[in-house]
Design a protein around this ligand. Sequence first.
Ligand code: SF4
Length: 378
Amino acid sequence: MPSGTRIVEFDRPDMAVGTHTVAEAWARVNPPLSPQEREFQKDRIRRLLKSRNAVLVAHYYVDADIQDLAEETGGCVSDSLEMARFGRDHAADTLVVSGVRFMGETAKILSPEKRILMPDLDATCSLDLGCDPVAFAAFRAQYPDRTVVVYANTSAAVKAQADWMVTSSIGLDIVSELHRQGKKILWAPDRHLGSYIQRETGADMVLWQGSCTVHDEFKGLELDLMRKEHPDALVLVHPESPASVVAQADVVGSTSRLLAAVTESPATTFIVATDQGLLHKMRLAAPGKTFIAAPTAGESATCKSCAHCPWMAMNSLKGVADALEFGTNEVRLDPALGRQAKICIDRMLDFAAARRRNTRPGPDLAQEQALFSGIGPA
Ligand code: SF4
């Protein structure tokens, strides 16, 4: 392990309130609804979205019913930043963000004048939980000469300390450019994504040792065996996965990039190493093709996640309806903190705009640029 790294227990963070551990999150997940109850809650949401002038924005990893309802009612299903962009540009006064806490915060940063509601404010993310802002400030203070680059999956309080925020789709390009300028990087919080970018760019990076509880569980050895059983399958891997899994990928990329791959590729079978929630969208995008979840189980696995995020699973139809009806679970953010956190986001947007002017972008960067055209000074 490189010197200067900091080990964190991602599912036992040192925080005082909220849902912290994987087990606690699973304990909060509602049991499945009967078909009648599901229809009742969906009708409730349809009605309340209209009466509250609200729009539903959902992440690819949440319940399939919520994803479908978001699209049916004129909302969106996407990755975290597209969710925030969509919410910012939509005319609705109220955004119901179905995802995890940092997504609600990002929506509030980009739309401070809007009311942001969430089905459950305790739905969080192991990367966010494992990167406590005070501990991060102490870590950062050890490396005053380094450019601070943080992943989107962080709190506003961590983003406020960063020079750059990146997503999984643009992180490689930004770190590559910083490296070209001779800058040394302090990266947080995902160690696997940081290592992947370090390997690809050769940049001098000190890594915070956080991880995603879902992607950390994918197993290289078991994936190798699965590939032998399905020799024609294309392997799609999110870069929050361990290096032994990324090394076997045909496509490494963000959720949007992996989703695009299933329609762009002539392959008919895909092994997918990301949260199983994305498989719903993949099946809709490419009906008739076969999708196999990459293995998390095996001799060395703890199978904490079984390829599904416990905090994403806390999002329920009833939670969406209750938030709308009672106005509960509103995301509140100190405006000064929000403005400070927005600086590192704007820097990323400026970079994307500059690249748009100067290059012919690949699919990921093209999408990133399209998402943020018109934001900030870009
Ligand atoms: S899937 Fe991983 S990165 Fe995404 S919200 Fe859950 S814990 Fe965080």
